[in-house]
Write a protein that binds this ligand. Sequence first.
Ligand code: ADP
Ligand code: MG
Length: 240
Amino acid sequence: MGKSIIKVNQLHKSYQMGTNSLHVLKGIDMDIREGEMVSIMGSSGSGKSTLLNIIGILDNYDKGEYYLNDILIQKMNEKKAAQFRNKYIGFIFQSFNLISFKNAIENVALPLYYQGVPRKKRNQMALEYLDRLGLKDWAEHTPAELSGGQKQRIAIARALISKPKVILADEPTGALDTQTSYEVMDILKEVNKSGITVIIVTHEHDISEMTHRVIRLTDGLIGSNIKNGIHQPTITITNN
Ligand code: ADP
Ligand code: MG
């Protein structure tokens, strides 16, 4: 197995709401290796999105350490966070998060726009990625004219265009029917085979079964580590 790409030590995160504090992550330990395809499972509200957003540098954590590609990721300004995201991370969401008034090419090309790639070059690259995902004929269409599966494939193309090391997918099949879900998972498997680390948050067992390793999140802690359907010794249980 490859080197560590995502390493999390004793990670804590609380949300403050007025005088109340909600302790969501209570000492998470996790080590994901380059080239792995991992799922993170847990019931609704268990902190899956919170954890994924911290890994994707969309949110800060309170305590602990997070290393991305051996670099300590700590409270950083938005500009620096965006640079790291651009270099390492591609995001895929349940609700696709496409821009409704832009066509498929423009949506896929968006990360390159933020990198300052000239329009002609970025549109040409976007078309290549759309072609790879079987959507060349839909390049000029807006999201409203596309099916859920097509929209998610556009979102995958957009995530891939900046050549990330890691794809983070938050319930990527949550809004799709079973067959379309499996098609999207087949694409993510291919993405993983190309060498990209893939982390999928899901609460669906059939989806998590398609990954190499399942990490369980229960009550803000990592529970048992399941590989090939066999329970491995628990990685960490921290009580507080
Ligand atoms: P999951 O993705 O596993 O369903 P989340 O990470 O979205 O869980 O949420 C974990 C808990 O934190 C939930 O109780 C949720 O209501 C709460 N939460 C999430 N985001 C915020 C926020 N921005 N402010 C306050 N509470 C939040
Ligand atoms: Mg969530």
